[in-house]
Design a protein around this ligand. Sequence first.
Ligand code: PEP
Ligand code: MG
Length: 536
Amino acid sequence: MEMYRGKASFKGVAIGRIAEMKKASTVVRRTHIEDPDAEIERYHRAKEQAQSEILALKEKAEKEVGEAQAEIFEVHAMFLDDFDDSVENIIREQGVNAEYAVAATGDNTAAMLAAMEDNPYMQARQTDVKDVADRVIRDMSGGDGDANRFSEQVILVADDLAPSETVQLDKSMVLAFVTREGSTNSHTAILARTMNIPALCQTPVPKDADGRMGIVDGAKGVIYVDPDEETLAKYRRMEEEEAEKARLLKELKGKETVTKSGRKIRLYANIGGIGDLNFVRDNDAAGIGLFRSEFLYLQSKDYPTEEEQFKAYRTVVEMMAGKEVVVRTLDIGADKQIDYFHLDKEENPALGYRAIRICLTREDIFRTQLRALYRASAYGNLDIMFPMITSVWEVERAKQIASEVRAELTAQSVPFKEVPLGIMVETPAAVMIADELAELVDFFSIGTNDLTQYTLAIDRQNQKLDRFFNPHHPAVLREIQMTIEAGHRHNTWVGICGELGADPELTETFVKMGIDELSMSPGSILPVRKIIREMD
Ligand code: PEP
Ligand code: MG
C-alpha cells in the first residue's frame, strides 16, 4: 500500500479505481506564414467558436452547480477578449501562425498572474488562462476535447484540472478529484465542493497509479494506492456511514422534530464560533442551544473588547435569522486555560476558580461581555446562560449585574431586547436546589459532561478512568429527571447541552422524561431527529 499526502479541498471518502486524466493534445509548433490577415481571420473564427463553447459550459455549470460557481466561465470569456491585441501583434510582427501566437499569449498572461503573490485568487487563475488558450488552439486544429469517457466510476487524477474540464466530465462517473498542482482556492476545488465530491490538491500521486485501486480520504488529505484489506474495510465502513448520513440529510432536512403522537422537541446545535454556522445550517438546527463564548477569548491574544464580542454575537444572531441563540457567558478555568487571565496554578482546577466564579470576582470582564450580549440582542433572538452554578446567591448576583448593565444601556440610549436568562445545571448542588433556582430563571440547560464528572467524582479529562466513567450511570439519569421535573414545576424549560444529549441510546429516555430541548454538535441532529420521528 502506498500513501500520498496533499491538501484537502473537500472532505469525504471515495473508494475506486484511479484514472489519470487524458488531456487533449495541444502541442503547438511555430511556423512562418505569408498572409497575416488570413491568419488573424482564422484566429477570430476559432475565438468565436471558443466563446460559444464557453457559453455552453456556463449554461451547463449553472444547471449543475448554480449561478455563482458558473461565473468562472464569464471570467474565461473576459480573458479571451483580452487576447486580441497580443495575438494580432505576434502574428503581424513575427509573421507566425495563430496557434503559436495564442499559446504565447496564454503563457505570458499565465506568467503574469503567477507573479501576483499577494493575490492568491488571481494567482490561481493561471490555469484558467491556459485552458482558454488551449481551447482556441484546439478549435483551430480540430483537436479532440472529449478524451475522458469512463466505463466505471473513477478517482480522477490530473496534474491540474481546469474548470472547463471539470464541467465537461460526466460527474456520475467521478468519485473524487486529486490533482498534483492547483490550490484549495481554485475554481475546480470550489466546483468539487459544490458537487459534493472529495477533492485533494498538491498531492504527489505517481503517474503509474493509473488503473490501480485507490482510497481518497478528504478529511485527512490523503490518497492510498493499492490499499491493504484492513484499510479498505475501514474505509468501506466510513463510506457506508457517510452514505447513510447523506441519505438522512436528504430525507429529514426541513422536517419537524416531532414524535408520532405530536410531541415537539427542539433540536439545537452547540457551536464554538461563527465558523460553525455553516454546519448549523447544513444540519437544519432549529436554533443554537450552546454558544461556548469562551472560544472568543481562547482565540484572542488579549481580552476581547466589547466591540469585538458584540460583532461576533450580532453575526451569530443575524445569521440565525430569528431562531433562538443561547450564548453561555465565559466558562474558563479547569481544562480551558488562557495566559492573559494569569490564573494561579491550582491543585484541583476542576473544583477551582472557573466560569461564573471568575465572572463574579472580576466583574469588569463579566460586565463587558454582558454589554456586548445585550447590544447584540437587538439584532435577533438571544438568550444568556450562566455556567457552573451551585448556589442561589450566584444567580441572584449575576442577574443583579445584568440588570445594572441594562440600566446603563438604557441611560445611554443603546437599544437591546428583553433577554431570557438561564443557567447550566452541571453540578449536583444545582440539581438538588433546582426548585429554588427554577424560580429565578427562564430555562435550564443540563451540562452532562460536568454533571457526570462531579456526580461520579471522576475527572472528565483522565483517560485512565474511562472504565469508571459511565455517563449512563443511574445517578446521572436520575439527576436529569429531577432537573426536568423541578424546571417544569416552575414553568422553566429544560434542555441538555452536554454530550449525552446526542446519545441515540438515550433519546427516547429523554423524550419520555419530558425534555424540551436537546443541543448537540450539528452532525448529530438529523440522526436524533430520525429517532424522535419514529417514536410514538
Ligand atoms: C457540560 O459540562 O456538559 C457542558 C456542556 O459544558 P462544557 O463541556 O463546555 O464544560
Ligand atoms: Mg460544563
